[in-house]
Design a protein around this ligand. Structure first.
Ligand SMILES: Nc1ncnc2c1ncn2[C@@H]1O[C@H](COP(=O)(O)OP(=O)(O)OP(=O)(O)O)[C@@H](O)[C@H]1O
Length: 337
């Protein structure tokens, strides 16, 4: 478990101090995968470096499995640091070594020898989907495969915590999924607690249980991804849900229009048709779309509703846990629910 309490960190800037982190509190349960999102310069990497014990905060404390890392020095600091692996934003591999040789480096440094080392490297190559590429050199791999080698290497010394700084940065979309699968397997199969930083909504949707938004050094939102998606005021939700690009004018032909967020198989699959049948209303999707958060389908649609019971139908949909927001302006708009 990672616990960050009141973390504050400033750097000396050219004109004035740069407040990289301001009183940040985060808790990542053991075995969870937590994403830190936020614009460039919001403090994501600084937070990761403080948790990795590469930087000392000005104030506040980082606890790893309850242990305060505050006053750690010397050998004890090195021991605790070993439990925290870091995947750099631009990891560098040994060009002259094979894939397996790269993954073995931390084990060699720890003095793990012979069959034990081979078995551990084999397990990690399997986890990273690289078994077939064990004998290749980094130059023979795609960028996504190289990132997976770096990830396998960062897991070699059996860390309790992995900090992955922008793990899909610079990787083409079609290869990102493979990198995220390795992170997900590290959590699920090795029990590693993962904190990643990213600006990519797809990364959060695909693998994160929890997410926090940093803005100018402050953690302005945090929660489970599904909780935040259900909160209409959440900035994180706005960035993760499918966009509604449909112009308002397309709602003009309907008695009512509303933006609805539906979470889960039952809601996405059945709620709108059921409302249509139950209240004898015509219900059309005029914008938005469907996505997935982990295994859960999540939709945001703009819907148009025609019929005398349009308001009742929208209220019924809201009563069943969907978030229904009617546009403030536009034709005949009335707030439902
Ligand atoms: N070593 C440093 N010296 C001075 N200022 C720094 C240092 N490291 C970070 N900063 C500043 O602290 C703030 C937070 O930077 P940080 O790299 O943590 O943000 P970030 O969210 O990771 O950004 P990005 O997404 O661009 O990597 C920025 O204003 C940055 O310029």
């Amino acid at each position: 478990m990672i616990t960050v309490e009141n973390l504050t960190k400033s750097y000396t800037g050219a004109a004035a101090p740069v407040h990289a982190l301001r009183d940040v509190n985060v808790e990542v349960p053991a075995g969870a995968l937590f994403g830190v999102v936020g614009p460039a310069g919001s403090g994501k990497s600084t937070l990761a470096r403080c948790i990795a014990l590469q930087e000392k905060p000005d104030r506040g404390v980082v606890r790893l499995d309850g242990l305060s890392t505050a006053g750690l020095e010397g050998r004890r600091l090195r021991e605790v640091r070993r439990q925290v692996a870091v995947l750099d934003a631009q990891p560098v591999l040994h060009a002259e070594r094979t894939v397996a040789g790269n993954v073995a480096v931390p084990l060699e440094q720890l003095g793990v020898e012979g069959p034990q080392r081979r078995s551990r490297v084999g397990r990690l190559l399997d986890l990273a989907g690289l078994t077939q590429r064990a004998a290749l050199r980094p130059s023979e791999l795609t960028p996504g495969q190289r990132r997976r080698v770096a990830l396998a290497r960062s897991l070699a010394a059996a860390p309790a915590v992995l900090l992955a700084d922008d793990p899909t940065g610079g990787i083409a979309a079609e290869e990102s999924g493979g990198v995220l699968t390795v992170l997900d397997r590290a959590r699920a199969e090795l029990g590693v607690t993962v904190l990643l930083t990213t600006q990519d909504g797809a990364t959060v949707r695909r693998v994160c249980d929890g997410v926090g938004l940093l803005d100018n050094g402050r953690l302005v939102e945090q929660g489970t991804v599904l909780e935040l998606l259900a909160d209409p005021s959440s900035r994180i939700a706005r960035s993760l849900l499918p966009a509604i690009d449909t112009p308002r004018s397309q709602s003009a032909g309907y008695d009512r229009s509303a933006d609805v967020v539906l979470i889960g198989f039952a809601a996405v699959g059945a709620l709108l048709p059921e409302a249509s049948a139950r209240f004898d209303v015509e219900l059309a999707t005029i914008g938005g779309g469907l996505t997935r958060v982990g295994d859960t389908p999540v939709a945001r649609f703009r819907i148009g509703v025609n019929g005398t019971q349009a308001d009742t139908a929208l209220a019924w949909i809201a009563d069943r846990g969907a978030h229904v927001v009617q546009p403030k302006e536009g034709p005949k708009s009335v707030v439902a629910a």
